[in-house]
Design a protein around this ligand. Structure first.
Ligand SMILES: *[C@@H]1O[C@H](CO)[C@@H](O)[C@H](O)[C@H]1NC(C)=O
Ligand SMILES: *[C@@H]1O[C@H](CO)[C@@H](O)[C@H](O)[C@H]1NC(C)=O
Ligand SMILES: *[C@@H]1O[C@H](CO)[C@@H](O)[C@H](O)[C@H]1NC(C)=O
Ligand SMILES: *[C@@H]1O[C@H](CO)[C@@H](O)[C@H](O)[C@H]1NC(C)=O
Ligand SMILES: *[C@@H]1O[C@H](CO)[C@@H](O)[C@H](O)[C@H]1NC(C)=O
Ligand SMILES: *[C@@H]1O[C@H](CO)[C@@H](O)[C@H](O)[C@H]1NC(C)=O
Ligand SMILES: *[C@@H]1O[C@H](CO)[C@@H](O)[C@H](O)[C@H]1NC(C)=O
Ligand SMILES: *[C@@H]1O[C@H](CO)[C@@H](O)[C@H](O)[C@H]1NC(C)=O
Ligand SMILES: *[C@@H]1O[C@H](CO)[C@@H](O)[C@H](O)[C@H]1NC(C)=O
Ligand SMILES: *[C@@H]1O[C@H](CO)[C@@H](O)[C@H](O)[C@H]1NC(C)=O
Ligand SMILES: *[C@@H]1O[C@H](CO)[C@@H](O)[C@H](O)[C@H]1NC(C)=O
Ligand SMILES: *[C@@H]1O[C@H](CO)[C@@H](O)[C@H](O)[C@H]1NC(C)=O
Length: 434
């Protein structure tokens, strides 16, 4: 009872829940190296509806086979222990749970309604990803890399107070889900040969949302190597607040337009109070170019899309290596035979009402001084763009921050206001040092 009332007090909203749990299943761990997945499945079978499933503290569960925890309803998962995924690459490549988008492969997925997953600050999911980082060297999109945690076709859920370590691929993925609160999650994926092979942490995004609506992510941390958060196609009504991202690629919308002939909408995204340390990009939008090369998941392109009503504000940035304010429309397969983006510019994208405000910090001096790079395709509509108070300065403390705007309504090439009658076009002084 004590537990139940503290739960109600700490929830910022009420999850439909008529009564306390009618049953509790404590998942046993074999402790002898055999697969604990059958016991986990059994626990969810018995307690996955109006029940509670407990992974005990200080207990390690070996996960050697895929977990499709479906048809859950009104369940609390107390993830107090540690789940450790096996490194049997042959098994995971053959048996992951698949989703069509980029043909992702999921090791553990939850589906259903009214699900609370609480790690109580002790829960850990350990993907043992090093084997995947080594295997995927140069082929970030290598088929079968397991996603350790996925909410799939979930309505009403809370996930909080746990860690995901050494994820084989993207860390925390939400697909076809809605009304989700993610709070106090810690993600860390680092490769033991990252310095020698910096590319090998590709595709280790922190959080990804795909075809999902109304998700809030707060008070969390990620050190994962690729995008900290990536709002992928079909992400609507997303809210992020108080995130620290270390050694990530920043906060991304996209890449959109990977699937030829498919329209990718993204709408109503607010991201605020973010600290980015050692980031590749800041807050950015990326789309594929206008010609498909090879096929998804490795290649693709020549899709269309729209990004509407986006606000990125209060970013503190240290040692960023690209423009913190960025639109780029030239994603392509990272292989040979890719035609030039200028020859085949992205076609059929609309960017409307996108704001970057109050970015402070400094850039890695080795990589130049461009703080704003909004390069829209001539065949995109880029309007109602606002960039206010961007004071990210070159690390040297000297020099002038520069800006590039291409095909952005209301701005000239150096992002000056070109049309004073356009009320939307606003760009305040940024990063100009004496
Ligand atoms: C491992 O432990 C489980 C459950 O405790 C038991 O059923 C199984 O026989 C054990 N296997 C080995 C190889 O010891
Ligand atoms: C788990 O282990 C820690 C460290 O040894 C200990 O402080 C804690 O009391 C243990 N928790 C339980 C529930 O046994
Ligand atoms: C979920 O429940 C439905 C019926 O309620 C059933 O048809 C389906 O097989 C179940 N799915 C799983 C994965 O158990
Ligand atoms: C999604 O979940 C709902 C119930 O929550 C179910 O009726 C539906 O069949 C599921 N869809 C898929 C694609 O599994
Ligand atoms: C959005 O999700 C929250 C839970 O995170 C819920 O309280 C709220 O009602 C949802 N909003 C809508 C419009 O469904
Ligand atoms: C932001 O999140 C961190 C956890 O990453 C937490 O320690 C801190 O208290 C949060 N700050 C605010 C203002 O809530
Ligand atoms: C892009 O895709 C469309 C179909 O959606 C097709 O008609 C067009 O030829 C393609 N463009 C190129 C450059 O391949
Ligand atoms: C975006 O937000 C606006 C204003 O709140 C709302 O009218 C619109 O329906 C939202 N778009 C989507 C796709 O939910
Ligand atoms: C523009 O986007 C912001 C969120 O960033 C939203 O509050 C506002 O309503 C949008 N304006 C229009 C005209 O949709
Ligand atoms: C700008 O963002 C910083 C965090 O990076 C915050 O401390 C500060 O209060 C913000 N300023 C305004 C005017 O909101
Ligand atoms: C900035 O990041 C680069 C790697 O991108 C690193 O070599 C350098 O030491 C960092 N600088 C500081 C002051 O942290
Ligand atoms: C300037 O902006 C106004 C208002 O958005 C628009 O009607 C007008 O066509 C623009 N003029 C030029 C030259 O772009």
């Amino acid at each position: 009872m004590r537990f139940f009332s503290s739960l109600l007090l700490s929830l910022p909203f009420a999850i439909a829940q008529a009564t306390a749990w009618s049953k509790t299943c404590i998942v046993p761990a074999s402790g002898n190296g055999t697969d604990d997945s059958p016991a986990i499945r059994q626990a969810f079978q018995e307690c996955g509806v109006n029940g509670r499933v407990v992974f005990s503290e200080n207990t390690t569960y070996d996960v050697q086979s895929v977990l499709q925890l479906h048809n859950l309803s009104n369940v609390q998962v107390d993830l107090r222990g540690t789940l450790v995924y096996s490194t049997n690459v042959r098994y995971w490549i053959q048996h992951g749970s698949h989703y069509y988008f980029q043909n992702i492969s999921i090791a553990m997925e939850f589906s259903g309604t009214d699900i609370i997953i609480d790690g109580h600050d002790t829960g850990v999911i350990d993907g043992q990803g090093q084997v995947w980082y080594d295997l995927a060297l140069g082929i970030g999109g290598l088929f079968g890399r397991p996603i350790p945690f996925c909410l799939r076709n979930v309505t009403n859920a809370v996930a909080r107070n746990f860690k995901i370590l050494q994820s084989g691929k993207w860390n925390f993925v939400m697909v076809e889900s809605r009304n989700i609160l993610v709070d106090n999650i810690y993600l860390s994926s680092t490769s033991d040969d990252y310095q020698a092979n910096p590319g090998n942490l590709g595709n280790t995004d922190g959080w990804d949302t795909i075809n999902s609506d109304n998700i809030t992510i707060t008070n969390s941390y990620a050190n994962t190597g690729d995008d900290c958060v990536s709002f992928k196609p079909g992400s609507t009504n997303m809210y992020v607040k108080n995130l620290t991202c270390v050694n990530t690629a920043g906060i991304a919308i996209g890449s959109l337009g990977q699937y030829e002939g498919v329209f990718d909408p993204v709408e109503n995204i607010t991201v605020e109070d973010v600290t980015l340390i050692g980031s590749r990009n800041g807050a950015y939008i990326k789309t594929y170019m206008g010609k498909r090369t090879y096929y998804p998941p490795q290649g693709g392109g020549n899709g269309t899309g729209s990004v509407k009503n986006v606000l990125f504000k209060n970013f503190h940035i240290e040692n960023i290596t690209a423009a913190p304010v960025l639109i780029q429309q030239c994603s392509a397969w990272a292989g040979w035979d890719v035609p030039s983006c200028s020859e085949y510019p992205a076609t059929g994208f609309i960017f409307d009402n996108i704001t970057w405000a109050n970015f402070t910090g400094w850039m890695n001096e080795a990589v130049g001084t461009t703080t704003v790079s909004l390069v829209c395709s001539p065949y995109s509509e880029c309007s109602n763009i606002q960039v206010d108070d961007i004071t990210v300065v070159p690390a040297t403390g000297t020099g002038t921050a520069s800006r590039i705007c291409t095909n952005v309504n209301g701005f000239n090439a150096s992002c000056g206001v070109s049309n004073s009658t356009s009320v939307e076009a606003r760009m305040s002084a940024d990063g100009v040092l004496t």
